[in-house]
Design a protein around this ligand. Sequence first.
Ligand code: 5GP
Ligand code: MN
Length: 380
Amino acid sequence: MYKLLRTGLLTIISIFVFDKKKLFFNNYLLHKFNPDTLTKVKHLLTSPAEIVVTSHYNPDGDALGSSLALSRYLTKKGHSVTTIIPNDFPGFLQWMPGQKDIVVYFHKSKTADELLKNAKIIFSLDYNAISRVNLFADQLAKAKGVKILIDHHLEPEKEFDFSFSVIKTSSTSELVFDFIEALDDAHLIDAEIAINLYVGIMTDTGSFSFACNYPRTYEVVARLVEAGVDTEQVHRLVYDTYSESRMRLLGFCLSERMKVLPEHSTAYIWLTQEDLDKFDFNPGDTEGVVNYALSIKGISFAALFTEKEDRIRISFRSKGNFSVNNFARDHYQGGGHRNASGGDSFDKMPVTLSKFEALLPRYQEGLLSAAQQSSRLNPL
Ligand code: 5GP
Ligand code: MN
């Protein structure tokens, strides 16, 4: 009798769990976009138009990958398309297909202003507020073209005409795949588009180590591999590109400039201008450095402080449910995602660091609980 009851109970529980899982998966398989917005944008794209695709200041792999892929897709559809980014991108992305045609605002502001003024449609990729394009924020704000956002950052502004904002996704590149597919054009995804999208997904998930617990991401990746991505080669092209000085800078960061505060489950690294000069700093050389601090056992919060001419730029990373988006918003006029964000300090380095340390006790509970949560397997 007891055995029978137990089996019955277990069956009921497993059906419930299975159904819940099924529901969960279906949510991510279903399309994430508002059908009404999609119909309107589809209509907008039916006749050839002058289009500008933009992305954020200090463009990363996802900013470039999503922009280059979308630009090529729209070009294949017969539009006249230009990608505009605010400033240069790091050397390890300088092999990406199509990047030679990008207009970098910092170098060609007149051309870019003209393009922004004349564009009928302007896409905003991988950022949630016009201010994030920095150098051409004013020109973008006053441009007359229809503004379409495709992005995965938290708290998107309402300054766009159409918005495809999905937080629970790996990257903007994944959303561009979804966007093309939702417009019934998946067949236009060629190897060049696929490689760009793959770079975006791979870099924004730290090679599939965060923001990648969504089944949909792997379905998209499967389609991209089918379309011709050599994932091993792309990984090598992006990550096996350290110059000797960049590698030595990383060593220096870890041995001389990293402070670990186990009592707050926090580790941080700081770099002064003098340090950067010593190691022949190039943009992108500190990319990923903050993740080394986060990969220490028991650490749930990591920060990298880099001295710039007029400010200290800060990168935040966290594990689990400690939100560095909130932390950056509340104290450093920044933002981003729950586990990766950025901000600025306008104090000198020593003051910046002591103020940062002074903030930590306030977050003690959250930091410790994130560290505990991330050091065990969650109940199955
Ligand atoms: P990173 O540390 O790599 O510069 O930035 C991490 C993440 O935070 C990226 O997704 C980036 O878009 C976002 N982010 C960085 N700085 C800022 C900022 O000042 N404001 C906002 N809203 N997001 C930022
Ligand atoms: Mn992104």
